[in-house]
Design a protein around this ligand. Structure first.
Ligand SMILES: *Cc1c(COP(=O)(O)O)cnc(C)c1O
Length: 382
């Protein structure tokens, strides 16, 4: 079983209680009986290990081509666990366009722990190298950033990291293992907000960490068990179900993105498009070396004749909402929504103009998506 879509549906192979059930049951038990004092049991307490959670953890480890998976109650809980393997005095280099919640966790929580942080543009290897200090322990970044979809090379960053004995930590939320497998490119730790593409239906909060190395796995497991922000059995089941359709969802979403971008390019209503999945757009050459596609999120700036707030307010099929990666189409204005915590100066320094629009394209029919965009453009034209 080597083809990815087959793996999505069938891995890991489950043999449960000899019932013949083709899906893993939701084990709600919080405690598990010992046959005798001192006996070795697979599970004794659900925070430490739960069969339903383990099934999806193994599923994710297999898909990311790692050896150990860990599931958490949110993406932030997963990131917290992965970063809590470090200690006071350690220094981390992080991408300067990482997810806002991760930035907040680093600057307002881990700083109090005594971690120090340098933010750099991880597309620039010399900037990373310049930031390395004697106490630097890891480089943390997103290979495709939000909302500008800037592309950093995992193999080049991890090569540099290994030269200096640093860990490479990659948040793979945007592309998912269907399109990108960071561990194969040299990364040591892969992180997901499984709230997004992996679950895919905007109905659970979940996070994951996947590693290959056993000693790293022990460090992450210690924190998962010690802090206890584990994924519930019910949500583990929903995540496992969502993952099975990851491939067909993303194929449709990427096809829809391409149709919409072609429409926008011909509409004369758009100044600039950010999507590294098309040959005529920036980032394409870099991304295609490592990933099978650019996913279902893209951003754009309208021309001055079209009011961006009016445009998003008039969309109907595209719901005005943060988050991304699910079956339904969403739209947002990063400057006023997902990135509103940044000051205008910080937004502009990060390249986020007030009129930037981000779309997370769903699996609807592209004709309906385009009709919706067309009517909103007409109403927002001044
Ligand atoms: C959403 C997101 C997170 C945080 O995940 P939650 O599930 O919301 O806690 C982290 N990284 C990226 C890239 C995200 O998009």
């Amino acid at each position: 079983m080597t083809e990815f879509n087959t793996k999505l549906v069938h891995q890991p192979v489950q043999h449960d209680n000899n019932t013949g059930a083709v899906t893993v049951p939701i084990y709600k038990a919080t405690t598990f009986k010992y046959p005798a004092v001192g006996a070795q049991v697979k599970d004794d307490y659900s925070r430490s290990g739960n069969p339903t959670r383990r099934a999806v953890e193994e599923q994710l480890a297999t898909l990311e081509e790692g050896n150990y998976g860990f599931c958490f109650s949110s993406g932030m809980a997963a990131i917290h666990a992965a970063l809590a393997i470090f200690k006071k005095g350690d220094h981390l280099i992080v991408g300067d366009q990482i997810y806002g919640g991760t930035f907040r966790l680093l600057h307002e929580f881990f700083k109090r722990w005594g971690l120090t942080i340098t933010a750099v543009d991880t597309r620039d290897l010399s900037a990373i190298e310049k930031a390395i200090q004697p106490n630097t322990k890891a480089i943390y970044f997103e290979p495709v950033t939000n909302p500008l979809l800037q592309v950093s090379s995992i193999s080049r960053v991890s090569q540099l990291a290994h030269q200096y004995n640093l860990l490479t930590i990659v948040d793979n939320t945007f592309l998912s293992p269907y399109l990108l497998r960071p561990l194969n490119l040299g990364a040591d730790i892969v992180i997901h907000s499984a709230t997004k593409y992996l679950s895919g239906h905007s109905d659970i909060s979940a996070g994951a960490v996947v590693v290959r190395d056993q000693s790293l796995a022990e460090r992450v497991y210690f924190i998962q068990n010690a802090l206890g922000a584990v994924l519930s059995p019910e949500d583990s089941n929903e995540l496992a179900r969502g993952i099975k359709t990851l491939g067909i969802r993303l194929e449709r979403q990427m096809e829809n993105v391409k149709r919409i971008i072609h429409y926008l390019q011909e509409s004369n209503a758009v100044q600039k498009i950010y999507y590294p999945g098309l040959a005529d757009l920036p980032g394409y050459q870099e991304l295609r070396k490592e990933a099978r596609g650019a996913g279902g999120v893209f951003s754009f700036e309208l021309t001055e004749q079209v009011n961006p707030s009016e445009f998003v307010n008039h969309l109907q099929l595209f719901k005005l909402a943060v988050s991304l990666g699910a079956v339904e189409s969403l739209v947002e204005l990063p400057s006023k929504m997902s990135h509103a915590e940044l000051t205008l100066e910080e937004q502009l320094a990060a390249g986020i103009k007030p009129g930037l629009i981000r779309m997370s394209v769903g699996i609807e029919d592209y004709r309906d998506q385009i009709i919706d965009i067309q009517q909103a453009l007409e109403k927002a034209h001044n």
